[in-house]
Design a protein around this ligand. Structure first.
Ligand SMILES: C[S@@+](CC[C@H](N)C(=O)[O-])C[C@H]1O[C@@H](n2cnc3c(N)ncnc32)[C@H](O)[C@@H]1O
Length: 398
């Protein structure tokens, strides 16, 4: 067991008791290390974990927003930084509490999503634009006696898109993409397009997270216990997600407080972060996820630049001893860069499944003091990650 783990609670002394859910009661005096954060599905149901903008788009590797809320309420920073912000969980929770925030990510798609979640909108204009694009899309797609259908064939040079979509679905996605140029809130529409594109891929229903090859034709579906077919239609997803996105953005707008949010696209080892007094982050781990590849369809459809070679600890880099050594060096570089922008004695909260126990060494290299560290039992996961595991919550003091 790493020395730092002995500082806090290890395991689940309270596991049979009631997990803590009175988030608004947390304040500076709350001893978080004594709280039971081992939520079961009934304590913290998925719809609460994915409330308002947290569910604008599916992705792997997100942490529980309520964990972030607890730490923000306890330490009440003026400005919080997340150097691996992915889908913007820290930034959204900071905005909800009126705390300024800055996030960075190497993946351009993740930055786009974080910006869309945290931006302030003219809601009437957003609603008008979403209704307008849907109306135009519908008119063009469903010809009448007086109108022709999809004018001109929609084409793409991307082999990936050609392989992973039925021609009808791909035509619809490309046509929607063309319409996006006519609107002010293009980034919101791009997120809708990407979410629809994810659902409209030629995949089986049971392997949406990691499909290995396109599914052509009918298949026996383990999830629905019947014969299913991959979809050839993206329209239903575009309509459903347009309305859902509008609803979620409105819901968040009604509850958030005024706060500044900055999202920087780039490598956290080199970015010059603005001054902050706290970090909350859930960093990538060794050999687990390829963050760019996970949303390859979005990169191809939206023409986003890829910086996948700068990802720390990608799955494609494997988990050999050399990969582990590289990871420790790169994480030390990234954290020491972030810590340079922090006030003295700031807290750095790291949520990570440290199964190789690398974070004691990283902390030592950084010269930070471990205030406490505890394991949190992660109970409910879907898809291929159906196993229970512990994630580590580490609080460093600079
Ligand atoms: C586990 S995810 C963070 C999840 C996030 N806390 C959330 O809830 O959405 C790790 C993120 O680190 C990003 N990342 C990997 N290497 C990076 C680098 N060199 N600089 C900045 N971000 C990087 C990945 O793109 C990914 O979005």
């Amino acid at each position: 067991m790493p020395a730092s783990r002995q500082l806090g609670i290890t395991g689940n002394p309270d596991y049979d008791g009631e997990p803590f859910t009175d988030f608004a009661l947390v304040n500076r005096r709350t001893p978080i290390e004594n709280l039971n954060l081992n939520w079961r599905e009934r304590d913290l149901p998925e719809r609460v974990r994915t409330k308002h903008v947290h569910r604008l788009h599916p992705y792997l590797g997100k942490f529980v927003p309520q964990m972030v809320e607890i730490f923000l309420r306890k330490y009440q920073p003026r400005m919080v930084c997340d150097p691996f912000c992915w889908s913007g969980t820290t930034l959204v929770e900071a905005s909800a509490l009126g705390i300024d925030s800055v996030g960075a990510d190497i993946s351009e798609f993740n930055c786009l999503l974080s910006r869309v979640k945290t931006r302030q909108y003219n809601l009437r204009r957003l609603e008008t634009e979403i209704n307008d694009i849907l109306t135009r899309f519908h008119l063009e797609l469903h010809p009448t006696l007086f109108r022709n259908g999809l004018g001109g064939e929609m084409r793409t040079a991307s082999e990936f898109l050609q392989n992973w979509y039925a021609p009808n679905a791909l035509g619809q996605l490309l046509f929607y993409r063309k319409l996006i140029n006519d609107y002010a809130y293009q980034d919101v529409l791009k997120v809708v397009l990407s979410r629809a594109a994810r659902s409209a891929r030629l995949t089986t229903h049971f392997d949406l997270d990691f499909p290995r090859k396109p599914q052509i034709g009918a298949y026996q579906c383990h999830k629905h216990r019947r014969t299913c077919r991959p979809t050839d239609n993206a329209e239903k997803f575009l309509v459903r997600y347009s309305l859902d996105t509008l609803h979620r953005i409105k819901e968040f707008a009604a509850s958030r407080q005024p706060a500044r949010v900055r999202v920087v696209s780039g490598d956290s080892r080199g970015i010059r972060f603005p001054n902050a007094d706290m970090v909350i982050t859930s960093p990538p781990y060794v050999g687990l996820i390829d963050y760019h590849e996970q949303h390859r369809y979005a990169y191809d459809l939206l023409g986003l630049p890829s910086r996948d070679e700068e990802e720390i600890g990608p799955a494609s880099g494997g988990n050999s001893q050399a990969a582990v050594t590289r990871y420790v060096e790169n994480m030390t570089l990234a954290f020491s860069n972030v810590i340079r922008s922090l006030e003295a004695r700031s807290r750095v909260v790291v949520v990570v499944h440290d199964r190789r126990e690398l974070y004691d060494e990283i902390g030592q290299r950084l010269g930070v003091k471990t205030e406490y560290r505890f394991g949190r039992h992660v109970n409910r996961r879907t898809g291929r990650r159906a196993t229970d595991f512990f994630e580590d919550v580490i609080v460093w003091r600079t």
